[in-house]
Design a protein around this ligand. Structure first.
Ligand SMILES: [Zn+2]
Length: 121
């Protein structure tokens, strides 16, 4: 899925916006992975999601139980990343192999606008 296809990532004006939109793209990819899980029987105990950090060259996987992923997706401003990929964001939850970060300011705004589960998306 490219930025053009998602409609995200166009008309980027600041690096902050670019980073926020990169995260949104990874989040959309993870939502597709999440939906695919519903078709698998039995479901995997831990699902390989993509690190949602703003680094577009990062393609590392985070294996998470689905309920953990769902808990993160319940908040439009939250993203799941690998430890060390927090990018200066506020860490709201942390496990051995994952971190949940929360975006504020302009990045939080974009995160809400691009939330695939939100009304604005
Ligand atoms: Zn990463």
């Amino acid at each position: 899925m490219t930025a053009a296809e998602t409609g995200i990532g166009t008309a980027v004006s600041t690096s902050e916006e670019r980073r926020a939109r990169n995260e949104a793209i990874f989040r959309q990819a993870n939502e597709a992975i999440r939906r695919a899980q519903d078709r698998l029987r039995p479901m995997l105990p831990r699902v390989p999601f993509i690190c949602e950090c703003p680094d577009t060259s990062c393609r590392q996987l985070i294996r998470l139980p689905l309920d953990r992923y769902e808990a993160v997706r319940g908040h439009a401003e939250r993203f799941i990343v690998l430890p060390g990929h927090e990018d200066g964001a506020t860490v709201v939850d942390r496990g051995e192999e994952w971190c949940v970060i929360e975006k504020d300011g302009r990045e939080g705004e974009i995160a809400r606008q691009t939330d695939p589960r939100g009304e604005a998306a």
